[in-house]
Design a protein around this ligand. Sequence first.
Ligand SMILES: Cc1ncc(COP(=O)(O)O)c(C=O)c1O
Length: 391
Amino acid sequence: MRSKRTKVTHPPEVRLPPDNRPLVAPIYQSVKFTFDNVEETRKYFAGQRDGFYYSRVSNPTLRQLERLLAELQGREACLLTGSGVASIAAPLLALLKSGDHVVYFAEMYPPTRAIIGRMLRRFGVSSTMLSIDDHDGLRRTLAQTPTRIVAFESPTNPVLKIADLARLTAVAREYGALTLLDNTLAGLHNHGQYDVDIFVHSLTKFASGHGDVMGGAVIARRELIDAMREDLGNLGPTLDPHAAYLILRGMKTYFVRWDAQSANARRVAEFLASHPAVERVRYPGLATDPGHRLAAQQMSDFGSIVTFDIRGGLAAGSRFAEALQLFEIAASLGSTESLVLAPAMQQPRGFTAQQLDWSDIRAGTVRLSIGIEDADDLIEDLQQALAAASG
Ligand SMILES: Cc1ncc(COP(=O)(O)O)c(C=O)c1O
């Protein structure tokens, strides 16, 4: 008879009968997985059998989320990371070596620019930053400098410029460069039809949807994911199974939320476009938006981020953000609640005048992330805050 001390470390096992399944897949919150004997363990290591061994490298809950996201994005394989920025760093670290060159854009998320322009430079990877609108500059750079990766976003954060995906991927392919698209703002269901090699996503945003979990995904053809997986297993930025479970749960309502948020965003964009305190609205769903034609071709919908310039610049932008009652002043985007980023919170640092011009972030640029609240309530809140900001 085993002692109580032993029993608490080896509690009774509960196995389900083969014809009796949980409706919601369990969370495999286990770091370790065992095989029956050494020979089976050896076969696993030799790639001669399927299975799991250590959750830093693979885990059944993560595998389920990986399969779902790969299918949504129309690619073979997926690798999960503990945050969106880790999903950007992961392919860059795994696929680049000293002497390589990367092209990236001034319109990108600041940490992405820091990884490519500052961090990778320390490891002998050079880079060129362009504007996403500069098609001639991209061709010229690729023709002059052999380039391993072209990294870009569409829509860009925060100004929502739309990259010409067919054109950009074709020129990168012509010059033998891989393309890496941070597709976070477009959602997990858009852009799969384009010749993009690597998609990355912050799952912290629309996938989880409730602002209570962080995660990232790299989605690509199997050969590229396999090339990254070993290095990443050694570096260890993996997602926790409980976080994967929360994201899987969030994914069940992904389209319901996405559609509701997009419909609200359109209402908000139309309202702002007609308001005298607003200098300019950027929302690709508006027919007047410079990116509308491309976005309508490339995407099935236009998302839930609306960016605008308030008259009166930084000061008016702060007054506006502080006067809002429903919208919270907070980082991130894509959750059920509406958020605002005041102009002072998103001015690029260390940009030249030309790069600032490319970024198109102006003194009064405000970013709104639209949630699933009632659209009339959101518009009423925006209306009173605009009045307070200009009063
Ligand atoms: C476009 C884009 N990519 C990546 C990230 C980073 O995601 P995370 O905060 O999950 O690291 C963000 C976060 O705001 C983002 O907006």
